[in-house]
Design a protein around this ligand. Structure first.
Ligand code: SF4
Ligand code: SF4
Length: 288
């Protein structure tokens, strides 16, 4: 079972929900931090990191001794990652999407592959909770391949909780695609509502069942609740604005560790999701 925890905007408490749900389950679960540009789930879960792997993507390497400067490679590259200038072939590695097209069309066999570092994948655990995160290299812009690499490490025998990146662009889709359920975390503010609407549109395209957690639920207004009702989005958990929770968060502590009554509530959150997945016919899906 794969549950992707997402939010239209950052700072809504997506990581808090992911970590606390994993802690409430305690075993048979893994947490994948796919917010690779700014992974922070490890700061709260505090796993022991056992190993790290460097992740690379293939990019072209041109042998000028074989090259006849015919431009076939630059013509086929739709990302403008190659340019033939006089007797040089310039490769802009950051633009390359590793499609292999240039290598396939080169009539001289002048192009081979070399690796470009994307980032690191770290593997660890906290007790019986398996943990993996991706860390994008500083300055690297292309995060979806690293997110896919983290997801490829998922153990499908476990309950997989994915902490997705915020927003609604390609990295988020990479973290949500193929999930059994998408849990969207929002807050009852105009910004929260605006970004929630965008996120729901993206989720509907994927046709995956979804539900909401409304964080700091007693601030702002009722418009997020009204929107959820009008769109038939189930509100699975509300978390009030509680100074004690905010203080614990600022100290890197978790809700279920500090306030035992919340362990049951996060367990209930999972059981509601599990019920929806098991009974998709009755599920209030994001697909209206
Ligand atoms: S396709 Fe091959 S031979 Fe032609 S310019 Fe590119 S590298 Fe050189
Ligand atoms: S591998 Fe694809 S994207 Fe990269 S330079 Fe070659 S044609 Fe362009």
């Amino acid at each position: 079972m794969i549950i992707s925890v997402a939010s239209g905007k950052g700072g809504t408490g997506k990581t808090t929900i992911s970590v606390n749900m994993a802690l409430a389950l305690g075993a048979g679960v893994e947490l994948l931090d796919c917010d690779v540009e700014e992974p922070n789930a490890h700061l709260f879960l505090k796993p022991v990191i056992e190993r790290s792997e460097r992740v690379e993507v293939p990019v072209p390497l041109v042998d000028l001794k074989k090259c006849t400067f015919c431009r076939k490679c630059s013509d086929i590259c739709r990302f403008n990652a190659l340019a033939v200038v006089g007797k040089k072939v310039l490769v802009f590695q950051e633009l390359c999407h590793s499609c292999g097209g240039c290598m396939a069309v080169c009539p001289e066999g002048a192009i081979t592959e070399t690796g470009r570092e994307l980032g690191t994948v770290n593997f660890g655990a906290r007790g019986d909770i398996r943990f993996i995160n991706g860390q994008l290299r500083v300055g690297e812009a292309m995060s979806p391949p690293l997110i896919k690499r983290v997801r490829a490490e998922a153990d499908l025998q476990l309950i997989t909780i994915i902490d997705a990146p915020p927003g609604t662009s390609c990295p988020v889709i990479a973290a949500m695609n193929g999930a059994d359920f998408i849990l969207m975390v929002t807050e009852p503010t105009p910004f929260g509502l605006h970004d929630l609407k965008l996120a729901v549109e993206a989720v509907r395209l994927l046709g995956i069942p979804c539900g909401l957690v409304i964080n700091r639920a007693d601030i702002g207004d009722r418009k997020v609740f009204d929107y959820a009702e009008s769109e038939k989005l189930p509100v699975l958990l509300t978390i009030p604005f509680d100074r004690r929770i905010a203080v614990a968060y600022s100290q890197g502590k978790n809700i279920v560790d500090e306030f035992p009554e919340w362990r049951e509530r996060f367990g209930d959150l999972f059981r509601k999701i599990e019920a929806i997945i098991k009974d998709r016919g009755e599920a209030v899906s994001c697909a209206k």
